[in-house]
Design a protein around this ligand. Sequence first.
Ligand code: NAD
Ligand code: IPM
Ligand code: MN
Length: 346
Amino acid sequence: SRSIRLAVIPGDGIGQEVVAEGLKVLGAVLPAGTKVETTEYDLGARRWHATGETLPDSVLEELKGHDAILLGAVGDPSVPSGVLERGLLLKLRFAFDHHVNLRPGKLFPGVKSPLAGEPEIDFVVVREGTEGPYVGNGGTLRTGTPQEVATEVSLNTAFGIERVVRDAYRRAAARPRKKLTLVHKNNVLVHAGHLWTRIFERVGQEFPEVTTDYLHVDAATIFLVTQPQRFDVIVTDNLFGDILTDLAAAVTGGIGLAASGNINPSGEFPSMFEPVHGSAPDIAGQGKADPTATVLSVAMLLEHLGLTAEAARIEAAVAADLAERVDGPARSTSQIGDALVTRVAG
Ligand code: NAD
Ligand code: IPM
Ligand code: MN
């Protein structure tokens, strides 16, 4: 028998609602001999208002003792933008060196999309997770004056690029189509862009079986909408990856279906799984949020922990549920969760 130590951070807004459903499905899918010990952490807007804390060092330490983290979403209109996003979510990604941010873009059969058909839309974005403009390198001068200047410097290290690029090549080599597309903007961002391109080409020599391709990010947005089938694995930087994966979600059934994993491949620190979407203040508290992205993130978590069969059962349950949604009535967050529980248990 085996036990999974799972840290749960529901966070803000719909984060609370969707994580509850994710945990229900997790409880239902686990084999009899496998226990899950969950520790829930009260982090997010409520905690910040009450104590001023975003992510106390003591909590960061405790989180290290877990096998994985499940996160809902953070961010709330009552908290200045960036406080929770940087102080909690990005702090976790940086502290736990989640340099591989995996974001699948898969159109499940039966899901409404003008692009549905053959070949299938089934790609994965490998988004760098610890560098780029996300590092917080910048500042303002002459703040508040008409002469104010703001900089936001993108950090790109050869080490950081090489490790995520190699990870993406490995993933591409393991997939049937074996194709890897680098997305950047090396016609304008010549410093970082050329470093990415050089490393991409050099590491590619280790993977002669992988077909490679390069797109500027603006053109990549065209093809994600008009021809998403052309993509297999995409590797890109932190900010481009953020933007492309919301777009990818939109072409594969919507943001309510998009899952992600913030992976620390060495296993030195726990990896963290979360839906791609945010706390959705516009629908929070109404039972309208689709928990499917979180449920699929739970599947990625199980896959990461080696529970491959259970991950596949969740994917199959989601696929079956989606195939029946097309003409069905709108369901609440918990109704969708319950339906998925029934399917994984049955
Ligand atoms: P958002 O993803 O929260 O919402 C964008 C739109 O998608 C909204 O109309 C929302 O209702 C809809 N949506 C999102 N998830 C949905 C779901 N599961 N089911 C149905 N509809 C869904 O993005 P935003 O509005 O830009 O950001 C809101 C807050 O969330 C901000 O504070 C932002 O910083 C934060 N955020 C957090 C994360 C995260 O924690 N990983 C990710 C993105 C945004
Ligand atoms: C995401 C979010 C985060 C990001 C924000 C909230 C920091 O948009 O997970 O996609 O930009 O990475
Ligand atoms: Mn995003």
